[in-house]
Write a protein that binds this ligand. Structure first.
Ligand code: GRF
Length: 218
């Protein structure tokens, strides 16, 4: 089995990156983490990545000013240089243009700390608490040009507890993120996910809209 070559794109602490790296240590996992890319030279996750021997590239967006296309041309060049098959965004805090996203259609994933389509954007845990939702969670989805809107591959839910703060809720959701991202990447790398009418089918069947962290066929 040839393993898919994955680039994990980060901007910060990189805990989801670390979860993907851990999962890919298993020789039977269908993807290898071939590259870590950061748009920030000071991203905490780079220190973790450096201990793994995985190739690292820093494409510093600040050097490109407002030139998004210049930044993405440099990004695309490193992805090609490392013969990347799949991109996994993991706390990557740059919006990508439609040009780049369309080039990677069906091969670029993101993790979002909410049950999409609820709470797109930032401060998801704060907004979930303010809204009084009883169930919150995380979503892995394909990236489309519109932010946090692509077809959903996997979701995992947590109950909101009385007395939860943003911090306690975020910590509980993060554990779910670390579980569902490796699962979703596995399904995509195995070629088991098909996009049909904006929805993901896994092995030809619809993904349950909630708590699809462990589809019985996975
Ligand atoms: C995660 O909560 C992820 O869902 C969001 O950004 C955060 C990144 O955390 N997109 P980490 O860098 O993976 O620890």
């Amino acid at each position: 089995m040839s393993r898919k070559r994955v680039a994990v794109l980060i901007s910060g602490r990189g805990s989801n990156m670390a979860a993907l790296i851990d999962a890919a240590k298993d020789k039977n996992y269908p993807a290898e983490i071939a590259l870590v890319v950061s748009n920030r030279p000071d991203a905490g996750g780079l220190q973790v990545a450096r201990t793994t021997g995985i190739a690292i590239e820093v494409v510093d967006h600040a050097k490109f000013g407002k030139d998004r296309v210049g930044f993405e041309t440099a990004l695309q060049a490193v992805l090609e240089k490392h013969r990347i098959d799949i991109i996994a965004l993991a706390g990557f805090m740059r919006l990508l243009t439609a040009g780049l996203v369309e080039k990677w259609h069906g091969r670029i994933l993101n993790i979002h700390p909410a049950l999409l389509p609820a709470f797109k954007g930032l401060d998801t845990h704060k907004r979930a608490l303010e809204a009084g939702v009883k169930t919150h969670g995380a979503t892995v989805h394909f990236v489309v040009p519109e932010m946090d809107s692509g077809p959903i591959i996997a979701q995992g839910a947590v109950e909101v507890q009385p007395g939860d703060s943003e911090k306690t809720l975020a910590a509980r959701v993060l554990k779910v993120e670390h579980r569902i991202y490796p699962l979703a990447l596995k399904l995509v790398a195995e070629g088991r996910v098909r996009i049909e009418n904006g929805r993901c089918l896994v092995d030809g069947a619809p993904v349950p809209e909630s708590n699809a962290a462990t589809p019985s066929s996975a």
